[in-house]
Design a protein around this ligand. Structure first.
Ligand code: 2PG
Ligand code: MG
Length: 428
């Protein structure tokens, strides 16, 4: 047993050049663990609340208050606790905060400290984090979902949909998945540059494109998959994060880039046509965070041939997943540790999804860092899919590369449990 001796926090910088909080936990054995909280841009209303300084400095995004909250509120509550008691530690963090949404000490503070404790525990056990989390269970690498074009809140002025993702569902290993998507990514970039449509890089490292329409971006992705030498649907398929809460107001979905408005039925008709016309296998947040009827209808109509993911819709909140999934809304859950604020609550969300036999995807945020915790959580817990943004910039590549290291340690062929995913696709 080793006990928590100190918890320090500091302000560091994320991939958008904004401050974020890092926590470092030291044990009586001298072992340390460290982690950094990420930050979203298209956030759900039900997420744990970040604590930011406000005011004019750094656009109000400073985290000095959050750092003080770690030192003055969280750290005293954790002193002397057994580092292997993650659920006890997380319960103590929640008690110290005392609010339903972590707004006193901030979900950014709780996330950084909780993750840092998990790292310290694995290091004290002298195990890689994924192995510490898995115990003796057999594990494998997750299937990646990789953004090629960014839009929405991550590329303002581009198209309305947020993520146009490549899913290498035909690849035989994590290594091969990344190699295939790299080919697609470069083919897409080359085509955009040739057409004069490449406006740079969006928040998650994907291309920031100038397309005439949202559907134009889907067509460009199909072309990129083909010109990279793959068969769309069989080798590499498409996932969309529609992030529709961002353009929903009182029952109307408004795509500003095309000046088109949809009601629920019209949007569902469009999704139905897209699922028929394009090799799309996954759609996230197709309806807004509170449009339960929309998500239920979408799941009923398309759930037999599409992965229908709730992100803002579930906000990694176990009771909300349980309640809404039981109503027939969505057949998959996006899992983001900082949406709920502790490792244990994140695990509860994943456990509920497993119990309800719906799929899970663990996900990074649009504001990220070199922190690779989620890769280890995916492998260690057996989360079958991983979404990290695009295939450029080191805050993204750090995570893909960490997956490669783990796959090599595991031995490639054993490490890819994707057989149960997308059952409607013919297996190669
Ligand atoms: C999402 C994430 C990542 P953000 O919506 O799934 O793409 O974005 O971190 O801005 O919420
Ligand atoms: Mg999302």
């Amino acid at each position: 047993m080793s006990q928590i001796q100190s918890v320090r926090a500091r302000s560091v910088w994320d991939s958008r050049g904004c401050p974020t909080i890092e926590a470092e936990v030291r044990l009586t054995s001298g072992v340390t663990g460290r982690a950094i909280a990420p930050a979203g841009a298209s956030t759900g209303a039900g997420e744990a609340k970040e604590l930011r300084d406000g005011g004019a400095r750094l656009k109000g995004l400073g985290v000095d208050l959050a750092v003080s909250a770690v030192h003055e509120v969280i750290a005293p509550a954790l002193m002397g606790m057994d580092i292997h008691d993650q659920s006890g530690i997380d319960a103590a963090i929640c008690r110290a905060d005392g609010t339903a949404d972590k707004s006193r000490v901030g979900g950014n503070s709780t996330t950084a400290v909780s993750l840092a404790c998990m790292w310290a525990a694995s290091r004290h056990a002298k195990l890689p984090l994924w192995r510490y989390l898995s115990g003796s269970d057999e594990v494998g690498l997750p299937l990646p979902e990789i953004q090629i074009f960014g839009g929405g809140a991550h590329a303002k002025g581009s198209v309305d949909l947020q993520d146009f993702l490549a899913i290498p569902n035909g690849a035989k290993s994590f290594t091969q998945s990344l190699e295939w998507v790299a080919e697609v990514y470069h083919a897409a970039g080359k085509a955009l540059t040739q057409q004069g449509k490449n406006l740079g890089v969006a928040d998650e490292g994907g291309f920031w494109p100038q397309f005439g329409s949202n559907e134009g971006a889907i067509e460009a992705l199909v072309t990129a998959i083909e010109s990279a030498g793959f068969q769309p649907g069989r080798d590499v398929s498409i996932g969309l994060d529609l992030a529709s809460t961002q353009y929903h107001d009182k029952g109307v979905y408004h795509w500003r880039s095309e000046n088109r408005r949809f009601d629920r039925d019209q949007l569902l008709d469009l999704y139905n046509r897209w699922a028929h016309d394009y090799p799309i296998i996954s759609m996230e947040d197709g309806f807004a965070e509170d449009d339960i009827e929309g998500m239920r209808a979408m799941t009923q109509v398309l759930g037999h041939r599409l992965q229908i993911i709730g992100d803002d819709f579930f906000v990694t909140h176990a009771p909300r997943i349980e309640e809404r999934a039981r109503l027939g809304a969505c057949n998959a859950v996006l899992i983001k540790p900082n949406q709920v604020g502790t490792v244990s609550e994140t695990k509860q969300a994943f456990d509920v999804a497993q119990r309800l036999q719906i799929d899970s995807i663990i996900s990074a945020r649009s504001g990220e860092t070199e922190d690779v915790s989620i890769v280890h959580m995916a492998v260690g817990w057996g989360v079958p899919q991983l979404k990290v943004g695009s295939f450029s910039r080191s805050e993204r590549m750090a995570k893909w590369n960490e997956g490669l290291r783990i796959e090599q340690d595991l031995g490639r062929c054993l490490a890819y449990p994707r057989a149960h995913l997308f059952p409607w696709l013919a297996k190669p």
